[in-house]
Design a binder for this molecule. Sequence first.
Ligand code: SF4
Length: 284
Amino acid sequence: MNSNEIEKKYQIEDGEHKGEVIVSWIITHACQEKCAYCISPEKKKEITSEEEHFAIQNQLISTGLTKNRYIGGEPLIVPHIFKLIKDASEKGINTRISTNGILLTKEKLLEVKDYLNSIAFPFESYNDILNKNIRGTKNHREIIESKIKMVKDIGNIGVLVNTCVHKENINELEELGYYLNILCIDHWKLRKFNSSSGRGAVPNKKRFDITDEEFNKIVSFLQNKYPTLKIDGRKPSKLATRLMISPQGNLYRMIGSEEENINYGNILKKKLNIKQIYDRDHCN
Ligand code: SF4
């Protein structure tokens, strides 16, 4: 392992993110799946050009960004996503992509591996029928398991798993934890189902809602059961402090329903200074 790789190795973040300026960039709402818990809004006209995406990224970096999370929708649908990641990484930005894994191939991974600090995959259970019922697509377990192994084999990229915890998978998580332990992932983030906004989540509130108590109980149980897995439990309120960029280039924080969001305006039109906003509004 050379010194560059050591430097890039994924570090478990402390919750405070001291000294960092982090943005979750929803670069597209497009996605091949139809997860019933999806918190992405209905699709509308979005920025698609490489030029405008680079203009957004340049504005972020020149005003203090330190960590860029490329999320979606499915960010691998954006044809120039790797150019953006490479550019950000070469400018010293810590990069992560959140992907459903469908479009991730070994060739693509080799192309981007030196510029990615971590990859996050969604994974809700080991039960294929349940996954199909929730996501609307087949083979999710197989895809994610094989992509985790592929990333691990290729080397020095952190692997995170995001699990939306809800009524239908809460009793499947012990089994999922067993396999994630074997797969040696770096970080398991359990997120309580959030019904306040999203094309899947809002109509499925009754289907998926669990209480805070149920959520806290399963997180503690899993932390005790799998002490070598780094496990975090996140409630929807955690999202309220995260700066997000919409596929239209608008900077906002997700407080509850779309109407309740805190909107700062369009990053390009208003030439927003990301660090000033981050520090002033105590984001993390
Ligand atoms: S939650 Fe599912 S449908 Fe929504 S963006 Fe992610 S993979 Fe696509």
